[in-house]
Design a protein. Structure first.
Ligand code: 5GP
Length: 126
C-alpha cells in the first residue's frame, strides 16, 4: 500500500471507516461517543491497540486542524482511558501516530497506536 498523503481528501471507503460503520469486523477494546479502539491486525507488541476518532479525519494534522475542541478532548481522554483500563499506566506504554510518507502512515483515517505489555526500547529503530 502507498503511504498516505496527509492533505488528501477523506476517503469514506478506507478500512477504518468501514470498521466504524460495522462493514468490517474488529476486535473491539473500547467505544464511546468520540473514539473506537480495537486490536491491530498485525501487532508489534503484546498489546497493540489502535484508537481512532469517530469523525472523518485523514491524519493527525487534519484532526488538529479541523476537529472541534470537544472532539479532540474526548478523543484524548478515550486514549488515556483505554491505556488505564488495560492496566498499562504502571508498567508504561507508548503512543505513536504516523503522518504522511516519512511517518509511514498507510491507513488514511487518523489513528493512534497504543503499544505496551513489554519494555519497548528507545524510540525509533530501523
Ligand atoms: P499506519 O502505518 O497507517 O500508522 O498503521 C496502520 C495499522 O493498521 C497497521 O499497524 C496495520 O497492522 C493496521 N491494520 C491495517 N488493516 C487493518 C484491519 O483491517 N484491521 C485491523 N484491526 N488493523 C489493521
Amino acid at each position: 500500500m502507498d503511504a498516505v498523503d496527509p492533505t488528501q481528501p477523506y476517503d469514506p471507503e478506507n478500512i477504518f471507516a468501514r470498521i466504524l460503520r460495522g462493514e468490517l469486523p474488529c476486535e473491539k477494546v473500547y467505544e464511546d461517543e468520540f473514539a473506537l479502539a480495537f486490536n491491530d491486525i498485525g501487532p508489534q507488541a503484546p498489546v497493540h491497540v489502535l484508537v481512532i476518532p469517530k469523525g472523518e479525519y485523514v491524519s493527525w494534522d487534519d484532526f488538529c486542524l479541523k476537529a472541534p475542541d470537544a472532539e479532540i478532548a474526548g478523543f484524548i481522554r478515550a486514549v488515556g482511558k483505554v491505556a488505564r483500563d488495560l492496566g498499562l499506566v504502571e508498567p508504561g506504554y507508548r503512543l505513536l501516530n504516523n503522518v504522511g510518507p516519512d511517518g509511514g502512515q498507510i491507513v488514511p483515517h487518523m489513528h493512534v497506536h497504543l503499544c505496551g505489555g513489554k519494555p519497548l526500547g528507545r524510540m525509533i529503530s530501523g
